[in-house]
Every structure is written in structure tokens, then in C-alpha cells.
Design a protein around this ligand. Structure first.
Ligand code: PTJ
Length: 268
């Protein structure tokens, strides 16, 4: 497979490094080809959002950590793209919030589950649920392979974090009475619309911030977490993400210039 060394001075070095990581994990059997397509879709929305964690995403990150910290049985659901991009942060977040980690794949195969398990264990995970026969429970309302879950994990969870998800499962988990936290760059996706808390941000930026916020919030106690949750409105927050895109595009159209991440201004 043709590979490139990303020159550090390349204006899109970070974006290229992320792509390379996904391609590398595609070759290892962790990421599926549809995962590469999904990433391209995410990148397009990231451009529209200005490739940074915006205010509504920060609000959702706070609410998400509050939900994880107050949960009785929190679970972080891991798919191929997430395992490839943020394995260490998954383990760190699970540690701070005392959440379980479960592999749950749309394109399910034992080989992929084992590859993801190994990747997460190399990153420090003690236990990865949902692998092979351990995913012995079924969510009957779901038709995709995601219906197979671990009876110690997603099945009994009260809060589930689902980065890069498809809409069906989010809807079903919410119907089952679970609080679903989504990380999705597309504020219009069914997942984003159906989740209880939607973080409209790139998983590579959102996950380290979730870890950091959880560490800080944990010290402030349960009352603070509950107040944050009471004051969070997901639909309002999603509308704010859309407004950010709208206003950003209007400004760019007016000025005919592209404002880069570093705040430099380049003529288009
Ligand atoms: O590993 P598997 O088998 O479980 O499959 C994983 C994929 C991602 C292929 C599967 O869940 C899928 O097909 O997802 P969708 O329906 O393509 O949705 C993925 C969503 O994630 C889209 O709304 C993308 O905009 C969004 N997305 C892509 N990359 C990122 C992202 N959101 C946050 N951070 C990203 N890096």
C-alpha cells in the first residue's frame, strides 16, 4: 500500500496524519472501507465548523462528562474508526468515569473485534467487552449487527457513549431508556438528532477534552454534575452548531477569504 511521510510544514499536516492513521488501521483490519468514506464525510463538516471545538461542543462535552460521572453503569462503545484514532483517550476516559469499554461494530467480524481488543489493550485497557461469544445478548429492535451486545455492558448500561454512530442504534438505545452521548461532526445526522447529548466535534479533539473535563468535574461532586445536566438542552445546542456554520459561511462569503485554524488569512 502506497504511504506518505507527512511533511510537518504542510498546511494540512494534521489532517493528513489522521488520514494516514486510518489508512494504516484499514490495512490492519481495524477500520472498514466504509469507515474511510465516513471519515471523508466528517472532514467536510469539519471544514464547515472551522476545524475547532466550538462553544456548543464544549457545552455538550461538559454535559456528557456530567452524564458519565453520574451514571450507574456507563459504557463507551467502540467501533473501528474510534479505536484507530483515539485508543489512549478511550482508556483514559473509561478510567476517570469508571465506564466499561465495549467493542460494537456495524460491519462485524471476529477478526476485527480481536484486532480492536488488542489495540485497546495495548493502550492500557483492562477489559474489552463484546468480543465474540461474549456479545451474547440481542437488542431485538435492531436489524444491524450492532444488535449483538454484551449482557454486562451495553445491554444494562444507563449511559452509552457512541462516537461515530449510525442512526438506528442511537434511536433504539434512547427508546430503551438509555442516555446516549454521540460524537458526530454532522449536526444533521440521525445520530446527532436522536442522541440525548450530541457533541458536534471531531472525535480526535473531543475525546482528550472529555478526559480533561471529567478529571476536573469529578472533583466538583455530583451536585454540580446534576446542575449541568438540568441546564443542558440538546436541541438548542444543536441549533447553535448550525448557526455557527451558517454565520461562518456568510462571513467567508462576504470577505472572500479563508480563515485558517491558526487565524492566518489566506485569499481563496
Ligand atoms: O467500525 P464499524 O464497523 O462499526 O463501522 C463504523 C462506521 C463509521 C463505518 C459506521 O458506523 C458508519 O457507517 O457510520 P456512518 O453512518 O457513516 O456515520 C458516521 C458519522 O460519523 C457521520 O455522520 C460522519 O460525519 C461522522 N464522522 C466521521 N468522522 C468523524 C465523525 N465524527 C466525529 N469525528 C470524526 N473523526
Amino acid at each position: 500500500m502506497a504511504r506518505i511521510d507527512v511533511p510537518p510544514e504542510h498546511p494540512r499536516a494534521e489532517s493528513l496524519r489522521i488520514r494516514e492513521k486510518l489508512i494504516e488501521h484499514y490495512a490492519k483490519g481495524v477500520v472498514v472501507s466504509a469507515g474511510l468514506i465516513a471519515h471523508g464525510r466528517g472532514e467536510a463538516f469539519d471544514y464547515l465548523l472551522g476545524e475547532k471545538t466550538n462553544k456548543p461542543a464544549l457545552k455538550a462535552i461538559k454535559a456528557a462528562t456530567a452524564a458519565l460521572l453520574t451514571a450507574r453503569k456507563p459504557v463507551i462503545s467502540v467501533n473501528g474508526n474510534t479505536a484507530a484514532l483515539v485508543p489512549e483517550e478511550i482508556v483514559q476516559l473509561a478510567h476517570v468515569t469508571e465506564a466499561k469499554v465495549e467493542a460494537n461494530l456495524f460491519y462485524r467480524s471476529l477478526e476485527r473485534e480481536l484486532a480492536i481488543k488488542e489495540l485497546l489493550e495495548d493502550a492500557g485497557a483492562q477489559k474489552v467487552l463484546g468480543v465474540g461469544e461474549e456479545a451474547s445478548a440481542k437488542i431485538s429492535e435492531l436489524s444491524s449487527e450492532r444488535r449483538r451486545v454484551d449482557p454486562r455492558g451495553i445491554l444494562v448500561a444507563d449511559v452509552v457513549l457512541v462516537p461515530l454512530e449510525d442512526g438506528d442504534r442511537t434511536e433504539t438505545l434512547v427508546k430503551m431508556g438509555k442516555k446516549v452521548i454521540a460524537i458526530d461532526l454532522n449536526p444533521l445526522s440521525r445520530t446527532a438528532q436522536q442522541a440525548s447529548i450530541t457533541i458536534v466535534d471531531n472525535v480526535v479533539r473531543a475525546m482528550p477534552k472529555l478526559v480533561n473535563t471529567a478529571e476536573k468535574l469529578k472533583k466538583k461532586g455530583m451536585k454540580k454534575c446534576k446542575d449541568i445536566l438540568l441546564n443542558f438542552d440538546n436541541q438548542k445546542n444543536l441549533a447553535e452548531s448550525l448557526t455557527i456554520i451558517k454565520e461562518r459561511l456568510s462571513k467567508l462569503a462576504e470577505k472572500s477569504e479563508y480563515i485558517t485554524l491558526q487565524g492566518e488569512k489566506n485569499e481563496i
